[in-house]
Design a protein around this ligand. Structure first.
Ligand SMILES: Nc1nc2c(ncn2[C@@H]2O[C@H](COP(=O)(O)OP(=O)(O)OP(=O)(O)O)[C@@H](O)[C@H]2O)c(=O)[nH]1
Ligand SMILES: [Mg+2]
Length: 313
């Protein structure tokens, strides 16, 4: 009985997926052929973009507009919102996104969004990121070689000192890409995945963590994906990032992140991993001495007290 139910739900899911593909194809006047249905014909794969939100109205409009301007247009966008009290949901629905609401926090939101995704590839985008017009198209070319991709991040504004520090940190991280791809000692995190790999990685994460994990969410997903494949590529000039711009915002965010690691460390999963990842400075060659390195270290020194306060208070 259970088995029959699963089969029926699988069939209806596939049917829904096919209808969605036809809808997306006709809407954007592209030819889509699902390789499992019409093997060998030209195809535009479906890309699912999953965006977790929590009071994201300040940046979401720009994020969604960058998706609508993509040169690759066979895209579905899924917003997974955790109790926003601003205009986040209105913005998402007015832009035609599929909206999922949840009580779970960040890790659970990403999980629910990826489970609902129908695409052959899944991009876990953040609501404060802005894609370049050809980011998806260039990524799809890289998927011929890789199973997952990190997207180079570039700070969108560099008006305040904190934004300048973020910009410097991102440039610094990008100087030694290979070193930064390590899931434990590196900084870069893959965010664009072949569907099956990402879903398999999620299955390896204990379900008990889904409702409450905020900080380390992306790190854990990447860590589990890395155990399945080390074919990780990097898309240069991948996304703009609307950075935190004030010290107060930086401290508030990092206090929340620190506090959220308490139950994670308390329940025994990923303890060693989290401890190793919570370092103050970037893993970089000692011979690199630049202004960017200095700014990067300064930024991490500013984040650390708030994070530690959240973790130990
Ligand atoms: N659904 C959901 N989304 C969240 C929650 N907390 C943060 N987010 C989303 O998670 C994504 C990443 O959050 P950011 O605040 O940009 O954090 P970050 O990119 O790790 O940190 P910065 O580098 O400082 O920007 C954004 O899309 C947020 O809207 C949450 O509790 N629930
Ligand atoms: Mg961000």
């Amino acid at each position: 009985m259970q088995c029959q139910f699963l089969n029926i739900s699988k069939i209806s899911r596939e049917l829904y997926r096919y209808i969605l593909l036809i809808h997306v194809s006709t809407t954007f006047k592209v030819y889509y052929h699902d390789e499992r249905i019409t093997e060998g014909l030209s195809m535009k794969p479906l890309v699912s973009i999953v965006i977790p939100t929590r009071n994201s109205s300040k940046t979401l409009e720009q994020c969604l507009s960058s998706i609508q301007k993509q040169s690759h247009q066979t895209i579905e966008t899924i917003i997974v919102d955790s109790k926003s009290t601003d205009d986040t949901i209105e913005i998402a629905t007015s832009r035609g996104c599929n909206v999922v609401s949840t009580d779970w926090k960040l890790l659970g939101a990403r999980y629910l969004g990826c489970k609902a995704a129908l695409g052959d590839y899944i991009l876990m985008l953040d609501s404060d990121q802005i894609l370049f017009q050809d980011s998806v198209e260039r990524s799809l070319r890289l998927f011929k070689t890789y199973d997952m991709l990190c997207l180079e991040e570039i700070s969108y504004h560099t008006r305040t000192l904190i934004e300048k520090m973020f910009a410097a940190d991102r440039r610094f991280v990008f100087r030694e890409i290979q070193k930064q791809l390590d899931p434990i000692y590196g900084t870069l995190l893959a965010r664009f995945f072949k569907r099956n790999l990402l879903l398999q990685a999620f299955e390896a994460i204990p379900k008990a963590l889904l409702p409450f994990v905020v900080a380390m969410d992306h790190e854990i997903i990447y860590y589990e994906a890395w155990k399945l494949s080390t074919k990780v590529g990097v898309l240069s000039t991948g996304v703009y990032h609307n950075e935190t711009s004030t010290l107060l915002e930086l401290w508030k965010k990092n206090f929340r992140y620190g506090r959220s690691t308490k139950p994670l460390l308390g329940n025994g999963y990923y303890n060693d991993f989290v401890r190793k990842r919570t370092r103050r400075f970037r893993n970089a060659s000692t011979r690199i001495i630049t202004a960017d390195r200095f700014m990067s270290s300064l930024l991490l020194s500013l984040k650390a007290p708030a994070y530690l306060l959240g973790q130990y208070l």
